[in-house]
Design a protein around this ligand. Sequence first.
Ligand code: C2G
Length: 445
Amino acid sequence: MKKVITYGTYDLFHQGHYNLLKRAKALGDYLIVGVTSDYFDKSRGKFNVHDDLMTRIENVKKTGFADKIVVEEYFGQKIDDIKKYGVQVFTVGSDWEGYFDYLREYCQVIYLERTKGISSTQIRNSHSIRLGIVGNEKILDRFIDEIKYVSGVDIVGAYASEDDVDSQYKSEKFNTLSSYLTYEEMLDSVDAVYVNSPLSMRPALLEKALLCGKHVLTEFPFCTDYEKSKFLVELAQKNHLVLMEGLKTAYCPAFGKLISLVKSGRIGKVLSVEANFTQILGNSLENQIRISGGSIESLGAYPLLAICKLLGSNYKHVDFITHKESGVDTMSRINFVFEGAMASALVAINAKAEGDLVISGTKGYVYVPAPWWKTEYYELRYEDVNKNSKFFYKFEGEGLRYEIAEFVKSIKEKYDQNLLFNYEDILFESKVLSLIHKSRNQFTC
Ligand code: C2G
């Protein structure tokens, strides 16, 4: 019996996929189809696959060509599958010509001509979200680099208000975008906006976009006025719009898996969360203060996300110990008391300490080394070291592609709110930041 194998994502199943499977089946007597897992697709740069794995498998099954379906989960699996199933022919579309020649060591490799004029990307892009950029801060350069990895969204133009900030602190790529003279003009031509303007300007920009019926992705932190945050969240909900905070950690695959692992009880009941993020910003310190404020406003969102995800938003007490330089907190500790648990965060924009995350429980603890906010690796540790285990994942590029992909998905799937960084998380962050803003529960050293 001649066994043939082929692989694909088979997203938004179309005629090109059907033709390929039909011809693959005709190459032998038994066809094995490998369907990529969601995680594997992300790790090979496919960020907004529309259909989930089960739907994609069902669609392949429906063609009746596959005798066996396997899930492709890692690089190198093709070699393992060929050996495991005794495959004689590997085949794939001609868009991969030459790429899989290394498999000739194991079986025959045949590139079948690709069906012209159709692709999943084309179908996804046929209803592309028109995105407007608000603000010309440096982070925009990274955003523009990263959005290239996400399909289904196009930047149509940008708007930034006049200011007198030194251009070295501004986005270099802003000028490559077509610009609008007024915010209103831009809002008229887009479906959604990405706001990277300084924190002080954001609430008004967010409100206007939401009132005009536009989805919003904003840089973090969300807003230091809790009442205003609640108003914005309610406005988004009332108008069925997506309002998302662009904190990359929340959307990266490993962080979500880490939270699920802890929630599943592997370290027992969580008693303590310690999350640190410190930077010495040097020349860009003043600019960071201009955009966001001190250490808590600049970096607090990261540890607050971890704390809220693990312990919830219902704390009994919070206080802040800050070290100030020229009236600005440059290093701060945030201490929380929860019912049956404690949490603490150290953030700094002009001092350095270990930037790790430690989650302690009644059975063991999780250690995530710095930079935990770009989670790639963590360890589950126990009293009995033989039970320890290590988990490795991939964090692609600067990570902004994860939040952009989630934003696109949330809009297209008409989510009430994004589930990876939901309104409870946003409002928890805003509540804590509003306290620092009002100098409540604050001690200075
Ligand atoms: N295909 C085709 N014609 C098209 C579109 C796709 O023949 N118009 C083929 C692709 O060449 C591939 C299969 O259909 O052989 C599945 O395509 P995708 O779902 O896009 O999967 P792909 O990203 O090409 O993954 O490990 C995965 C494989 O490397 C292929």
